[in-house]
Design a protein around this ligand. Structure first.
Ligand code: SAH
Length: 396
């Protein structure tokens, strides 16, 4: 029989709103001896059944909820149905964008806390972040094999958050090993190389798909600086839309090298696109000293905020690069600026960009708002799933 967990008085509130996390401080009593990843039953302080979830003895998030239905077994059928539903939820925009790379499972937002599954052509890449996700790994793999018989499955659970769950990093093939870990995906008519073993995260930043399309829309005849370019996919959309010039900047040489290969792959080898290995914070200052000017600048930095304590420092970082970028723009120039830090809310991000405008002494108009693509859904029960925010700014 599964262990029974009772919550402190009033701590059932978030569960009644179907939020999937229970913090250690919410727990009053534990009946039984649940182990790492075991399914437990959760009750309110009066003994009413609330939910069942995965137990994680070392994590601050002590339980992640699998189901709010008392009769739901957490078995193969449960996972199979979740995977099937997630695919159906995505079918419409996969067809629309002719996507061969997309996030199939986005953890809590798809009802599978701690589970990330990305599909890149015929590779499936799993990232198992929580005790519960890790516990059910073979069930998940078995379901994926049945649903996607032509796919090879690879694990990229090489992330620090696993430590908080008492789990070691794990990477490697979960099905028959393949000779290569590279493939090509296609989104909105652009082809992109992805290496699932050495690429960032599970290989690629799928979440920026729609914003890359937006960049392309503004690109014609423009001189563009693409900061934090990774494999230069914003630049591909810009070059394909007849940009005058695109400069990609990243600290990772291997990412820039793959960017060059991406240009070739799309028949854009002759486009005026260059690659600079540099720290964006420093390069923007150098360009300011050199009085360089651009018509469009893209700022897509990595996550600056891992905890609330880092928020103030992060605001400073965002303000700094946004101010510098605004100073480098010609009058009427376009700034596409992003924050993928979940802890930085959209309203705060807009305020930081507004502060940057004051410091840069420029008038800025927010002409479009961008967010993560639809394969990174935002569930009404899990607002934390909204993490990627973008602003298209017209800078006078
Ligand atoms: N725009 C990309 C994703 C960017 S992810 C896309 O659409 O695919 C963030 C990138 O910033 C990573 O490639 C990382 O190597 C790079 N990076 C991190 N810190 C940096 C810095 N200080 N200067 C330049 N690049 C940096």
């Amino acid at each position: 029989m599964s262990a029974r967990i009772s919550l402190n008085v009033g701590r059932e509130k978030s569960l009644l709103r179907k939020h999937p996390w229970i913090f250690s401080k919410a727990i009053n009593k534990i009946k039984g001896k649940p182990m790492l990843g075991d399914t437990v039953d959760v009750f309110d302080s009066k003994g009413n059944w609330l939910a069942k979830g995965a137990y994680s003895p070392e994590s601050q998030i002590r339980i992640r909820i699998w189901s709010f239905d008392e009769h739901q077994e957490i078995d193969r059928d449960f996972f199979f149905n979740k995977l099937q539903k997630a695919q159906v939820r995505r079918d419409w925009f996969i067809a629309q964008g002719k996507l061969t790379g997309y996030r199939l499972i986005a953890g809590e937002s798809d009802g599978l806390p701690g589970v990330t599954i990305d599909k890149y052509d015929n590779f499936l890449v799993c990232q198992l972040l929580s005790a519960g996700a890790d516990f059910h790994r073979y069930t998940l793999v078995s379901c994926l094999k049945e649903l996607y018989p032509d796919c090879h499955i690879y694990e990229r659970s090489d992330v620090d958050v696993r430590k908080k769950e008492g789990l070691e990093p794990v990477t490697g093939w979960l099905t028959e090993p393949q000779d290569s870990t590279e493939c090509v995906i296609e989104e909105h008519g652009i082809k992109i190389h992805v290496d699932i073993a050495t690429g960032h995260k599970t290989g690629f930043y799928l979440d920026q798909r729609d914003s890359r399309l937006t960049a392309g829309k503004f690109a014609k005849d423009k001189t563009i600086l693409n900061c934090f370019s990774y494999t230069s996919t914003f630049a591909l959309h810009c070059a394909a839309n007849n940009a005058k010039e695109v400069i990609n900047v990243d600290v990772s040489q291997s990412a820039l090298d793959m960017g060059k290969r991406n240009l070739d792959l799309n028949g854009l080898a002759d486009a005026n696109v260059s690659f600079v290995k540099a720290d964006v914070f420093k390069l923007l200052r150098t360009y300011r000293e050199e009085q360089r000017r651009f018509d469009m600048i893209i700022l897509d930095p990595p996550k600056f905020v891992e905890s609330k304590a880092q928020l103030t420092g992060a605001c400073r970082g965002y303000k700094d690069i946004n101010m510098l970028a605004m100073q480098l723009l010609n009058p009427g120039g376009i700034l596409l600026t992003f924050s993928c830090s979940g802890l930085m809310e959209a309203s705060l991000f807009q305020k930081v960009v507004a502060d940057a405008a004051l410091d840069a002494k420029r008038n800025v108009y927010f002409v479009e708002r961008l967010q993560q693509a639809a394969d990174h859904p935002i569930s009404s029960n899990y607002p934390e799933g909204y993490y990627l925010k973008g602003l298209v700014c017209q800078v006078e």
